[in-house]
Design a protein around this ligand. Structure first.
Ligand code: FES
Ligand SMILES: [Fe+2]
Length: 376
């Protein structure tokens, strides 16, 4: 039985603001230099100051639904190994053997693994990273196994997401989000599908697409536009992250705001996690998009579709499969990511010096200001 979830005070306040019709948009037109999307030096600075420094979401908790599971992860350009140990604790390790540095786990599929065995000389680790055994231990006189634990990166699991960082971090801004995601019961969700898209675009163009509602009636005319009214959205901040609420067609209907399913049916909440993760809370499922920037013009995006519980019947599988295709292939792959790639193509031509943002695109303004601040 799912526990009865309730919206947080912050979610309720945003919903009331949306229903009140008070606009939160900016008042003036602003611009962003085209070079922030195309300049390799700018990308190098973002890598050093953002991606190599700030906590990043790596996966939903649901990627590792059971204890003693592991999966290799290479999207950030470094060999990582994500595990859930026998106590249920999640870890992010370097996927590197402590003997002679061999990659431990190949591929990218989640596997049950009470033991992780190096393919070279079979040093064997448990899912908590401890070196459990090695062949011919007599040939390593004086070796203390406790000194050869897998190297772990700073990480936390909170609110149904696993975060890691390259540098020591208190994860304060990540933890601030947990009550919001707990309100959706995210940590109990089931991972229905995941897929990596290789998008020929700067990572910020993809974030931009999830920071404004201006395009919904145009770009998404054939897919989801019919569910939404034009330009009805409000946003606020949670630490360095943004939270937005978009009114679906019935958003002004008389509803009991404390009744969560009713509220979720008329308002779509979305979260833009700084720097590069997006979550969209549809009425009955969640889309998580983890952006993994590769260079100034290329970004891997892993889409995860999370549903409240594992499907029980072929009809249920069919139902979720339709939503997955509509969103992953249609709305995201076919529309938002495509628009980002078209944007990169145009901006890389060097023909325009800046992009122009209107008052329905204030979320993009806030996001770029945040990036500038982080770059110092
Ligand atoms: S490199 Fe892993 S066991 Fe030798
Ligand atoms: Fe979109």
């Amino acid at each position: 039985m799912p526990i009865r979830q309730r919206p947080t005070e912050g979610q309720l306040a945003l919903a009331r603001l949306l229903a009140s019709g008070v606009p939160t948009e900016g008042k003036s037109v602003t611009t962003v230099p085209a070079s922030v999307y195309t300049d390799p030096a700018r990308f190098a600075a973002e890598k050093a100051k953002l991606f190599d420094r700030l906590p990043m979401v790596i996966a939903p908790s649901a990627l590792l639904p059971e204890n003693n599971m592991a999966v290799a992860h290479d999207g950030f350009g470094i060999p990582l190994l994500l595990t859930r140990d026998k106590q249920g604790v999640a870890h992010v390790f370097w996927n590197v053997c402590r003997h002679r540095g061999t990659r431990l786990v190949e591929g990218g599929e989640v596997a049950k693994c009470p033991r992780i065995v190096c393919p070279y000389h079979a040093w064997t680790y448990t899912a908590d990273g401890a070196l459990a055994a090695l062949p011919r231990p007599d040939s390593f006189p004086g070796l203390d196994k406790a000194d050869h634990h897998l190297k772990e990166l700073p990480n936390i699991e909170a609110g149904g997401l696993i975060w890691f960082a390259r540098e020591e971090s208190d994860f304060a801004d990540a933890r601030m989000l947990a009550p919001d995601f707990d309100a959706f019961g995210l940590s109990g969700h089931h991972l229905f599908r995941r897929r990596v898209h290789d998008v020929a675009s700067n990572w910020k163009l993809i974030m931009d697409a999830f920071l404004e509602g201006y395009h919904v009636q145009r770009l998404h005319a054939q897919t989801i536009a019919r569910f939404f009214t034009d330009g009805i959205s409000v946003a606020d901040s949670i630490g360095i992250h943004q939270r937005s609420a978009v009114g679906r067609n019935e958003y002004l209907a008389e509803i009991d705001h404390a009744h969560w399913p009713e509220l979720r049916a008329v308002i779509t909440f979305a979260y833009q996690l700084f720097p590069a993760t997006v979550m969209i809370m549809s009425p009955d499922y969640v889309n998580l998009m983890v952006l993994m920037p590769q260079d100034e013009g290329r970004t891997l995006v892993e889409d995860f579709m999370l549903i409240p519980q594992a499907p029980q019947t072929p009809d249920e599988i069919d139902h979720w499969e339709k939503s997955w295709h509509l969103l992953d292939e249609g709305v995201f792959g076919g529309e938002d990511y495509r628009a980002a790639a078209l944007g990169q193509n145009g901006l890389a031509s060097g023909s325009i010096e800046e992009i122009t943002l209107g008052t329905l695109e204030t979320g993009i303004r806030k996001f770029h200001d945040q990036v500038e601040r982080a770059l110092g």
